[in-house]
Write a protein that binds this ligand. Structure first.
Ligand SMILES: NC(=O)c1ccc[n+]([C@@H]2O[C@H](COP(=O)([O-])OP(=O)(O)OC[C@H]3O[C@@H](n4cnc5c(N)ncnc54)[C@H](OP(=O)(O)O)[C@@H]3O)[C@@H](O)[C@H]2O)c1
Length: 330
């Protein structure tokens, strides 16, 4: 039996940003443990393809690559339609999991070609649109998992160090820094985009439950995790410092949530696939010092009015057409 024949009829997972950092460790977990076929979605296929090839060779699973820039609405629409077509042609099975993992803390204030602030567009809006467009191709009892961050909670050291969240008002966040107004700092833009991930995860859970769906929606904080590409936009000395034992010691002393690249990535994979998380919809998990624990997220993240407003405003910002809206999520 050829590798591709052997690989058919296995559950499939789509991971944004699955070619590096925590996403790649998660891909290894999914390919090696529960043996998922993978769809790795990334903005530059020259970076995605080598990781895909390593996974094919290392685990013998089917790995498909998909060009997708989560900061671009056109790119997300195009990728989602190619993914649906692959599923409809039987080249890939229905998705057992979608992992909204791609993310970045972008120092410079940029606006995407759609006109939206780049951190918010990359971390929240692109994933919002992706889920709207693909939720109908998620299998029964499938899962959607969001890689969030402890920085979303201003009462934790993670949140204090990176920058306390601002109001998760999608229209204001998308238009941050326009018309000469003072922009929010990069840290606050990042923390707030991660709060949006959690508000989105919980609102998605409520809508799925209302429509009688068996799909789960779960949020995960990998903890402060060295060795990923996450700090690539920061000055070189900061990147170096983050890899030192001293920095780890300091973070622990300060009470930062401590992730670990291999462990946090494996946790993300387990949340997406392990039967132990079958009833975890609407919950928030954290990887901290080698333990995977269920936690309460911030007070604001449970505000259903804020979540509903974020949902409706996000729908407006992504210009969701009536034919694109899933009946599962109305
Ligand atoms: N590391 C930490 O301490 C930490 C802590 C809490 C939460 N997180 C979250 O964990 C997730 C993974 O981060 P990481 O630490 O593993 O960093 P990473 O190695 O930089 O991984 C981020 C991934 O997102 C992708 N990405 C970024 N912008 C994108 C875009 N516009 N379109 C498509 N893909 C894009 C990157 O692809 P490219 O190769 O194209 O850049 C990369 O594969 C992120 O959501 C991050 O917010 C990280």
């Amino acid at each position: 039996m050829s590798t591709s024949e052997r690989a058919l009829n296995m559950p499939a997972a789509l991971i944004t940003g699955g070619h590096g950092g925590i996403g790649y460790e998660c891909a290894k977990q999914l390919a090696g443990g529960p043996r998922f076929n993978l769809i790795l979605a990334g903005r530059d296929l020259t970076r995605v393809e080598p990781a895909a090839q390593r996974l094919r060779i290392g685990y013998g699973v089917q790995v498909t690559t998909l060009q997708m820039d989560t900061s671009s609405l056109a790119s997300v629409r195009d990728a989602a339609s190619r993914c649906r077509a692959m599923i409809d042609r039987g080249e890939v099975d229905d998705l057992q999991a979608i992992l909204c993992n791609a993310g970045a803390c972008i120092e410079a204030l940029n606006h995407t070609p759609d006109g939206y602030e780049e951190t918010f567009a990359t971390n929240h809006l692109g994933h919002f649109l992706l889920i709207e467009l693909l939720i109908d191709r998620v299998a029964e009892n499938g899962r959607v998992v969001f890689t969030a961050s402890g920085t979303h909670d201003p009462e934790t050291m993670d949140g204090k160090l990176v920058g306390a969240v601002v109001q998760p008002n999608a229209i204001a966040l998308a238009n941050d820094g326009k018309d000469g107004r003072k922009p929010t700092s990069a840290g606050k833009r990042y923390s707030t985009s991660k709060l949006c991930n959690i508000l989105h995860a919980y609102e998605l859970d409520r809508r799925l439950r209302r429509s009688g769906s068996s799909i789960a929606s779960i949020a995960f904080d990998p903890g402060s995790t060295a060795g990923t590409g996450f700090l690539r936009g920061t000055p070189k000395p900061v990147q170096w410092l983050a890899t030192t034992a001293f920095f780890g010691w300091l973070q622990r002393r300060l009470g930062v949530t401590m992730g670990d690249l291999a462990f946090s990535g494996a946790c993300l994979g387990k949340i997406a696939a392990d039967p132990a998380f079958a009833n975890a919809s609407g919950k928030y998990f954290q990887s901290d010092d080698g333990r995977l624990i269920e936690m309460r997220s911030s007070k604001m993240s449970y505000d259903e009015v804020l979540a509903g407003r974020l949902w409706n405003d996000s729908k407006e910002l992504v210009h969701l057409l009536s034919g694109e809206e899933s009946v599962l999520l109305k």
